[in-house]
Design a protein around this ligand. Structure first.
Ligand SMILES: O=C(CO)[C@H](O)[C@H](O)COP(=O)(O)O
Length: 237
């Protein structure tokens, strides 16, 4: 199976976890796109009654187009289940997200969800995080100074660009990617990044996910992460 077929397989399986009456967080990315397509089909064919809380303008547009009722995260009491993709997941179920520049909204939706499910193809499962560059969403004002501080600390920052222009998030912020190679101590790194002024959110998702569906050539595998409070929720209290 090619990567797209694996993504479609896990996306379609994840859509079967959505039950009537649920408020569902809708992630962002090419894997989630398959899941939202499948959810749209269930809404049309089965009359599935759900509310979708999207994590990007892209996903909101797709959901609306498919007839899924869409609400903002501030318009719902709580989200029952969020289904999202990931860029890397390590052996301890910690993740890197933000390859699609949507990790700020994805994290807000994730920490306001009762359960979080990630859907990935087999290439995303790693022993140690970091070979995928770690995305940071930063406010444009002062971002060059922040960039210099990150570089001085040896974190190998690179402003993300597309067609020669800096990428802008849905909140009109920049993305800086840290080309770390290996992240040996993700919690320590998260603590350092949380302290940086002008850095809105980093792409380390620690103790967030409950269930991971991985697409392998011989079929999907459903993995359960240990039950634990999310790092971000603990920090906030
Ligand atoms: O974090 C994300 C977007 O910010 C995506 O979930 C992540 O990049 C995975 O994307 P894809 O399913 O296209 O591989």
């Amino acid at each position: 199976m090619n990567q797209d077929q694996l993504k479609k397989m896990v996306g379609e399986l994840a859509a079967t976890y959505v039950k009537d009456g649920m408020v569902v967080g809708l992630g962002t990315g090419s894997t989630v796109k398959f899941m939202v397509d499948a959810l749209g089909q269930r809404v049309a064919k089965e009359g599935l009654n759900i509310v979708g809380v999207p994590t990007s303008d892209r996903t909101a547009d797709q959901g609306r187009h498919l007839g899924i009722p869409i609400k903002n995260v501030d318009e719902v009491d709580q989200i029952d289940l969020t289904i999202d993709g990931a860029d890397q997941i390590n052996a301890d179920f910690q993740g890197i997200k933000g390859g699609g520049a949507a990790h700020l909204f994805e994290k807000i939706v994730a920490i306001n969800s009762k359960r979080n499910m990630w859907i990935v193809d087999q290439s995303k499962m790693v022993q140690t995080l970091g070979s995928f560059p770690l995305p940071l969403e930063v406010i444009p004002y002062g971002s060059q100074q922040l960039f210099k501080r990150l570089a001085a600390k040896g974190l190998k920052p690179v402003f993300r660009e597309q067609n020669g222009q800096r990428v802008l998030t849905d909140s009109k912020n920049y993305i800086i990617d840290l080309h770390l190679g290996e992240i040996k101590a993700p919690f320590e790194l998260a603590q350092y990044l949380n302290r940086q002024v002008g850095l809105v959110e980093h792409g380390l998702f620690l103790n967030v996910v409950n269930t991971v569906i991985v697409g392998y050539d011989d079929g999907p595998k459903v993995l359960q992460a240990p039950e634990r409070p999310s790092y971000q929720q603990v920090q906030q209290n």
